[in-house]
Design a protein. Structure first.
Length: 169
């Protein structure tokens, strides 16, 4: 599945479609892990910001480069909050879909050299909870600990306004 985005609003639309895809996949026995692959400036954090907004997270989302991991409890129903910037539709016209997640975990592995460093932070415990949605920037840095069945979302910078996002799984 490939998507070309020319704006933050189009990225938000892709994030919403991605969440709907997750809703359709049924009950999981472990966390849902999404590896966000791409160079600096390719759109990984922007996608995460839009996805978080679709989940109702009102906090400002930044890449956790220096803290490695940020955990956001999900307090709102999916697709009911559309703050300015990542909004694709109004809440009144937005279709509802149910997601099993109670937490969004955003990990930036850029400063890590191997999966063992992520393991020390309790990654295994996070993986064992099917109510966790885990997004990992720079997953290639911790490839040895990534679940084999994780979603691979690749980002490519085309120009200042254009990004290509490709989902593999």
């Amino acid at each position: 599945m490939e998507f070309i985005s020319h704006s933050v609003l189009e990225t938000a639309s892709f994030a919403k479609d991605f969440l709907e895809k997750l809703a359709d996949r049924g009950k999981a026995s472990s966390a849902t892990v999404v590896g966000l692959y791409g160079n600096l400036g390719a759109g990984k954090t922007t996608f995460t910001q839009c996805l978080a907004k679709e989940l109702g997270i009102m906090e400002t989302i930044t890449s956790p480069t220096f803290v490695i991991e940020k955990i956001y409890p999900l307090k709102h129903s999916p697709s009911t909050v559309f703050p300015q910037g990542c909004s694709t539709t109004s809440p009144q016209s937005s279709p509802q879909f149910k997601l099993p997640f109670t937490q969004l975990i955003h990990i930036d592995a850029y400063r890590l050299e191997k999966g063992a460093e992520l393991a020390v932070l309790g990654f295994e415990k996070l993986l064992n909870d099917p109510k966790n949605l885990i997004l990992i920037e720079w997953p290639e840095r911790v490839a040895d600990i990534m679940p084999k069945d994780h979603f691979r979302l690749k980002f490519e910078f085309v120009d200042e306004n254009t990004r290509i996002m490709e989902l593999e799984n």
